[in-house]
Design a protein around this ligand. Sequence first.
Ligand code: PBG
Ligand code: ZN
Length: 324
Amino acid sequence: MKNFNRTRRLRGNPAIRDMVRETRLSLDDFIYPLFVVEGEGIKNEISSMKGNYHLSVDMLLREVEELLDLGIKSILLFGIPNEKDAVGSQAFSDEGIIQRAVREVKKYFPQMYIITDICMCEYTSHGHCGILNDNNDVDNDKTLEYLGQIAISHARAGADMLAPSDMMDGRVKYIRQALDREGFVNIPIMAYSAKYASNYYGPFREAAHSAPSFGDRKTYQMDPANIREALREIQYDIEEGADLVMVKPALAYLDVIRKARDNFNVPIVAYNVSGEYSMLKLAVENNILSQDVILETLLSIKRAGADIIITYFAKDLAKAGLVR
Ligand code: PBG
Ligand code: ZN
């Protein structure tokens, strides 16, 4: 009798399945995003992103304590200022919402690893990720000067890592040089390298009050149809000094994550964005999908080649003991 391959032998019980598992999720893999607002005593649920909150700095401190207890060690902070203007002044003010939030968290919880988003769209009155020129175009090189100032102000406040998400050309180099000049040579840059002009950011823009007031972001964010261009973006960012590179969103771009993994040796970060979160969250809440779909989905991002996943699911999973 000719033998055939019995792959089911390695699926017979949990012990053997655990033994041969190729990909595992751990809390070490996760970065948890948080939204900080001005004021006091504020913890308001974000309607487009159930289970996520607008937090004032005092409430942020409570949240950070809870996260540390749950085993979540790193957060990505987004700030929502009260005052917006054409050049996003609150983004680089030492008294800005993010700068104050970082100082406070570091004062009470120095062990929490804080990554800050470097962009202007939450801070500009027009909602674009940079400074506009007379034609209402985002002026790339002018914007770099502002990004440099934002980066320095975040570093001065005590941020551990900076994550530029604006998609201006040359920003990684510009920010790296600005940081080095100010003595922050040891602060890593996590570049949003392959950031696509995606519809999956919808819930975030509602949460961050950052939708552009006219036009769209297609002149600076990538065309969803392109993958070779993603490799170029990543290559340029590494050449400019990025310590980690990101693909964003994650799920509709798993092929990009895989290609990035196969072509580069820096850590690859995938951003499981707001729309991806809300889709699953709503399906699970309405009993259309079992909550195990969340692990299956995050596993796919890691299997595709991501080392690190930025995800709004981190706290839920830690709380439920599904990821340790
Ligand atoms: C801002 C920024 C966006 C996200 C992170 N930083 C939105 C955008 O580019 O409009 C999206 C995150 C998410 O959807 O979870 N540059
Ligand atoms: Zn932006």
